[in-house]
Structures are given as C-alpha cells and as structure tokens.
Design a protein around this ligand. Structure first.
Ligand code: ATP
Ligand code: ZN
Length: 294
C-alpha cells in the first residue's frame, strides 16, 4: 500500500522526539530530509505531518523509552545512553549517526590514577546510576553511587563526591572543572527505537520511514565524484574508486581522455583523492548527494 493509502485508512505512526535539547533539531532535520515535514515542538506537544502518515509527540528525552514501551508512541528518537539507563524493553531499529558522545568516569586532575580499582569505596556522582552500577559489577568494584540530576561535573569540587560518571563529548567541561577522564564506559549516538510487536499496518509505515531515513543517512556519508583521466589510466583509476558498482566512464571531446563518475564514502575520501591524483586524475569534482537508494 502506498503512503496515501495508509493515510486514508486513518493509520499513522506516532514518533516521540525530544522537545527541546541537543537531539531536537537534528531529529527534525533528518525527518525533513526524508520528506517528512513537522512543525517545531517548542510550543506544541503534538504535530502532524501533512506529507507522511506520521505524528510527532514532543517529550523530555528521559521519558521517550517509557512512552514507546507503553505504546503512547510507536517509535522514538533518543540517545542510546538514555535507552540503556531506562532499560525498557524497546527495540533499537536504527542508529541515526548524530548526538555522538561517550559516558565516562572522571576523577580530579591531582589523583594518581592507576586503574578502575581506584573507584573502590569512592563516592561517584552521576545521572546514570544503572549504567554505572552495571559497569562496577562487571569490574567487581563496590562504590557509593550518588544519583544527581544535573551539573554532575561540579560535585567533586564542592565535596559532594570523589569522582563522576557523566556524558563527555569534547572533554572541555571536565577540564574546566579540574577533572580528567579515566575510563570510557559506553559510546552513544541517537537511535530510532520501536515498540516490539508493532501492528502490521504500523510496521509497514515504519518500514517506509526506515527506507527513507537510510537513504538520507547513506547520502550524508557519501559524495559523488567526477574526474578526468587519460584513457590509458582508466583501469588503474577504476580500481582505486570503490563506487557502488564500477565507475561510469564517458569519453571527453578531447580524444585520449575520459570522464569517470563514482560514489565515495566520507571515511575513505581523502585517502582516495590522494591516490587518484597520484595516478593522473585531473579536474576532480566532489558533489554532495541528496538521496541514495541502493
Ligand atoms: P531533556 O530536557 O529533554 O531531559 P537533557 O538536558 O536531558 O534534555 P540534552 O542535554 O539535550 O538532554 O542531551 C540529549 C542527549 O544528547 C543526551 O542524552 C546524549 O545522548 C546526547 N549528547 C551528545 N553530546 C552531548 C553532550 N556534550 N552533553 C550532553 N548530551 C549529549
Ligand atoms: Zn533528559
């Protein structure tokens, strides 16, 4: 059934999105690039998309796993750290590639740190007690966990704790609070979670949504590349260009030269460009891809 058909039957998927915070804008941008327009949640609790059978609920990120588990929302966009901490039975259906961070233990800079056993008997302040407790159990360490909801990084400075367990992205907050990161416990990024056992009509909408999101994310990670090469170098250059299949080769007006077109992933980009230049490629153009369907 196409989207209009699903729409007419009055069926839609409800997605939970962070109302206001680090995930909000990127969640809405990802949906918008997938052709699903939603209004910003800063003033509303709910909004409907006019171009896809989807409605958005704007919530605090901490509530998203519970709402998805309860069925108030069918799916949600939230950090893996929150999914792990809330430990609700929800399914992670896709990693979304934004809001990357890590959850780490940090101690005052002056500490002579030799390993995780340092934390034995210490007071650790955190907003993520469950993830921390699991780590301590795995390490066979007994420590005192102090759960606090914000500004965890200031607690050693004011004598509330000996150390902290918190989100780190650049590390500058730790440094400005006289702390140093000593153990990375978890890496996190935004993910799409879903309630297990969605009704078939909702699953069908979710599959369409995933198809679009994957096309957008793939395009973000890839670039279209065009270059000119002398004909005798086409073989070598084609082997350097990974591409989805083999590159497209088109003759130029200048005999003896061809134009090659292919797709390059962001991660191998600079390496491949260097190789191409070494093998005689000229006039290299790199263009963003809007959508990529494979
Ligand atoms: P809410 O009001 O919705 O509860 P919040 O203050 O708990 O918001 P934000 O600070 O907006 O949450 O962060 C949301 C998510 O963004 C985090 O749970 C984490 O997954 C991710 N994130 C990425 N980088 C960072 C960072 N440097 N600091 C905090 N969170 C980050
Ligand atoms: Zn929160």
């Amino acid at each position: 059934m196409n989207e209009k058909g699903l729409w007419k039957k009055g069926r839609k998927l409800t997605i939970a999105i962070q109302k206001s915070g680090r995930l909000s804008e990127k969640s809405l941008t990802l949906l918008a690039e997938a052709g699903i327009g939603l209004s910003n949640g800063s003033r509303k609790l709910v909004s409907h998309s006019s171009d896809f059978p989807l409605e958005a609920l704007y919530l605090r990120d901490d509530d998203i796993p519970q709402y998805v588990f309860d069925g108030v929302a069918d799916v949600g966009m939230v950090g893996e750290n929150v999914v792990a901490e809330k430990a609700r039975e929800v399914e992670t259906v896709e990693r979304l590639g934004f809001a990357r961070c890590r959850l780490s233990l940090a101690v005052p800079r002056s500490v002579d740190y030799a390993g995780p056993s340092w934390f034995a008997g210490k007071r650790i302040a955190t907003s993520y007690p469950r993830i921390l407790q699991k780590y301590l159990n795995e390490q066979n360490i007994t420590a005192e966990i102090h759960e606090i909801s914000g500004s965890v990084e200031i607690s050693p400075g004011i004598g509330l704790a000996d150390s902290i367990f918190d989100i780190v992205s650049s590390g500058s907050t730790l440094i400005s609070n006289g702390l140093k990161e000593t153990e990375v416990v978890m890496h996190s990024e935004a993910v799409l979670i879903a309630r297990p056992g969605l009704e078939p009509v909702k699953q069908e909408i979710l599959d369409k949504l995933l198809f679009r999101l994957r096309a957008v994310m793939r395009s973000r990670n890839n670039k279209y590349i065009l270059l000119n090469a002398p004909n005798e170098k086409i073989g070598e250059i084609s082997r350097i260009l990974p591409g989805i299949k083999s590159p497209t080769v088109m003759p130029l007006a200048d005999p003896g030269w061809s134009s090659l077109h292919s797709v390059l992933s962001e991660s191998e980009f600079w390496e491949v460009i260097d190789q191409l230049k070494k093998h005689g490629a000229q006039g290299i153009l790199v263009i963003p891809i809007e959508k990529m369907i494979v």
